[in-house]
Design a protein around this ligand. Structure first.
Ligand code: AMP
Length: 501
């Protein structure tokens, strides 16, 4: 029987003793271990009643076991549904109601809270060190598993992306969406078995989960697996790596590290950046300091990777490069979808085997995001220059990207507006050296209300994941509006432009 994605992993697997994951303390999980542990976990899924097509929601700390659970889902024909470890129970409640998982795997500290909102789903636990009921049960399972038959169009994962209208949407990703994109990237970025990727990204997001992990898997390579980004740790481990993938924040922070020198990076073959715009200054500073031109690429949860600067040839600062092989990109007039000439700014649209199958249980939204000829409307505004390089100039969708994480203003505004003494609010992203953008709230207080920056921040703590909480709150008398009554966020951005130095 064939399992589209896992068959490919298996076909490209190096010898069983070859390392897949290398932990910072030197402990190794080999490809043989990968095969055995993912088989045992697939056995646990089946025993828990998970049948092909079922969702398995996973909110755990980053660990090798969590990745094994992803592969177990693929092998068992289930749909892997990773959730940001920072999400509060109130936020999780929505995802569980929407996705209706048959199994939820969470940190032991959350077991009681999640069981209360599980809606009949089985709940197992897993912590960063492998403690919890999941691995206990896995220990009793066989280390061989007959992979469930899955075709190219069957779902492998659902990743939730926030929506501008406040509610998140589940992006349905098929076996071939993931497989085709990873194969393209392995070739395009020249990954092979000798590569060691420095992996310091989270694994609940497409960048660390699919770009990083799937590329390593399909190259038969290995990765140094850090629990989180830490500049000192990255510099300590760099000598053992050949490549790194990061968000721009990683590069900004490493530039502040005295150890970042030409010598310390001389052996590295590739630095990749994505998930948010890399400032042209950062690109130039990095090149000056290390001699390496960071390779910037562009993708999103719904599409995997769309464009990439070249491996050989000009990596142009401030651009995300031409479309990847097999991916088509075009620029259109956002309202009508009419094609725009070279160099004009409009909506970036993409088409290819990388593009997702639609939003989970949301056919209307899916239909509205695709053109009749199959192009996906990314929501990003940009242009394609005469050399075919894509430039992203802004986001049509009202997204804030802070430290590589997406924050949709609407969601934060709704929480603030619900606070006593608040009339209304506008949430914007402001330039921040470290985070790229910092979430900032401008709040209109009711007359006589005792509202200040500290009290708003305190009230949001525990209601929103920390990365979504505003870093500054400004109390004002009213918000600037245009004649149509829309809040002019561009005016607010100008007014508070220097707030973070
Ligand atoms: P996500 O779905 O979390 O991966 O976020 C996708 C969004 O991140 C895209 O729609 C872009 O707005 C933004 N993005 C990703 N890569 C880049 C990049 N290299 N430059 C600018 N924006 C980017």
């Amino acid at each position: 029987m064939s399992n589209h994605l896992f068959d490919l992993v298996r076909a490209r697997m190096p010898a069983a003793q070859s390392p897949f994951i290398i932990h910072p303390d030197g402990k190794v999980l080999s490809y043989g271990d990968l095969d055995a542990v993912s088989a045992r976990l697939a056995g646990v899924l089946v025993a828990a009643g998970v049948v092909p097509g079922d969702r398995v929601a996973v909110q755990v700390e980053k660990s090798a076991n969590a990745l094994m659970l992803y592969l177990a889902c693929v092998r068992a024909g289930a749909v892997f549904l990773p959730l940001n470890a920072a999400y509060t129970l109130a936020e999780l409640d929505y995802f569980i109601a929407d996705a209706e998982p048959s199994l939820i795997v969470c940190d032991p500290s959350r077991q009681a809270g999640i069981t209360a909102i599980a809606r009949g789903a089985a709940v197992e636990t897993l912590d960063a060190d492998g403690a919890g009921s999941l691995m206990d049960k896995a220990a009793g399972m066989a280390d061989r598993f007959t992979d469930v038959a899955r075709g190219p169009d069957d779902l492998a994962a659902i990743l939730y992306t926030s929506g501008t209208t406040g509610r998140s949407k589940g992006a349905m990703l098929s076996h071939d969406n993931l497989a085709s994109n990873a194969l393209t990237l392995v070739d395009f970025w020249r990954f092979d078995r000798t590569d060691v990727l420095l992996h310091a990204l989270p694994i609940f997001h497409t960048h660390g989960l699919f770009v990083g992990t799937n590329v390593v898997l399909l190259a038969g390579a290995s990765m140094l697996f850090l629990p989180k980004f830490d500049a000192n740790e990255v510099m300590r481990l760099m000598p053992r790596a050949t490549t790194m993938m990061g968000v721009p924040t990683f590069y900004v922070r490493l530039l502040d590290h005295a150890g970042l020198t030409r010598e310390a990076t001389a052996h590295m073959r590739l630095f990749v950046s994505g998930s948010a715009p890399l400032l042209a200054d950062t690109h130039r500073d990095w090149r000056r300091r290390t001699g390496h031109a960071i390779l910037e690429r562009y993708g999103m949860t719904e599409t995997n990777m769309n464009t990439s600067n070249p491996y050989e040839g000009d990596r142009v600062a401030g651009t995300v490069g031409p479309p990847l092989p097999g991916v088509a990109a075009r620029i259109t007039e956002p309202e009508t979808g009419a094609m725009l000439p070279v160099g004009e700014i409009g909506m970036i649209e993409v088409k290819g085997p990388n593009v997702f199958k639609g939003y989970w249980r949301n056919p209307e939204k899916t239909a509205s995001e695709f053109r009749p000829d199959g192009y996906f409307i990314t929501g990003d505004l940009g242009k394609i220059d005469a050399n075919g390089y894509v430039h992203i100039v802004g986001r049509g969708k009202d997204l804030i990207i802070t430290g590589g994480y997406n924050v949709y203003p609407k969601e934060v505004e709704s929480e603030i507006d619900a606070l006593p003494g608040v009339v209304e609010s506008a949430v914007i992203g402001l330039a921040h050296k470290d985070f790229g953008e910092a979430v900032t709230a401008v709040v209109v207080a009711a007359k006589g209300a005792a509202l200040d920056e500290a009290s708003v921040m305190e009230a949001l703590d525990g209601r929103l994941a920390r990365f979504k909480q505003p870093k500054r709150v400004f109390i004002v008398d009213d918000l600037p509006r245009n004649t149509m009554g829309k809040v002019q966020k561009n005016v607010l951005r100008e007014m508070y432009a220097g707030a973070f130095g």
